[in-house]
Design a protein around this ligand. Sequence first.
Ligand code: TTP
Ligand code: MG
Length: 351
Amino acid sequence: MTIRKIIHIDMDAFFAAIEQRDNPALRGKAIAVGHDGPRGVVATASYEARQFGVHSALSARAAKQRCPGLIFIPARMEVYKEVSRQIRAIFQEYTELVEPLSIDEAFLDVTHLPCATQAAKEIKEKIFQTTGLTASAGVSINKMLAKIASDYQKPNGLFVITPKQAAPFAAKLPVEKFFGIGHVTAQKMHRLGIYTGADLRQKTEAELVRLFGKAGRAYFGYARGQDPREVQPSRQRLSCGAENTFDADTSDLNRLLEELKKAAHQAWVRTRRAGFLGKTVTLKLKYADFQQITRSQTFAAHLTSEDSFYQAGRQLLQKTDFKTKPVRLIGLTLSRPPAPPKDDRQLQFDF
Ligand code: TTP
Ligand code: MG
């Protein structure tokens, strides 16, 4: 059986870190992102504010009591979403198997890579170079342990739980750290004298199922450092493009280039919004007689600018019959090949 390599990435104090990045006057200060009103709540707090006990979901009122100098900043969701798209584009450079959990965290299955720890290190660096923000990474053999690992050395952490360490690590964990064990279940476990993974291991699977229902089976695995849940990629987009039909058919090169530029721009804006990366450019033409043709070119690397995208379309236009056949529609698309099939043959495990 293949041992999986899972990375969990979680940005540090996400909304607050972005506000401190964009306004140097806020750096080093106790800030909260959220609405400062009678019914306001804290979305997140800078690490400086956390020292005073300010955290997500705390009321603005309570937050200011705990931290008198606290600076409230209104949320700028569009900015946070854009950063979220940037980090997802970085994840996609490493694997198609990316499961976003929230705006600032995701699981990545990198079983196909030679070294998961190296990939995690690179991803952290790329995130910092691209966004100016720090992330914490956890690396392990499954989702549960990878998520616990990313939290272990926050902020700016990188923590690895190797295949050998998985079971002993889980044995030491307090039960509330396990996936899906909330406050109520933890209380019930405590009443039964179960405080850690090691305590959980004393119970048989049948006993756990009797006590906790179907979830008991999962707890049985968690206590041993096992978690069979797969990384579920968000449905992958394979292409991103734009096309327009003209008011009048044309064979005029300048007119066609103008339309091509427009389509390239529309398509490029879409790719940026979706965090989409692709190496293949496809030009589509529909001639006046409704015959439709496509011409494609695949590059060695992802396209990185609107101009290179447009220039590729321009080259492709030369390979068509536009001079002799008037054109009624032009489109330009960036695409990527579907994910390769998973390789189950890996035997060696290098973390
Ligand atoms: P988290 O990753 O839970 O928190 P965080 O990134 O601010 O801090 P940490 O370093 O501990 O990871 O959530 C990501 C963002 O989601 C957070 O910056 C703000 C938003 N959020 C809310 O709006 N409300 C909430 O209750 C939580 C938990 C998060
Ligand atoms: Mg976070």
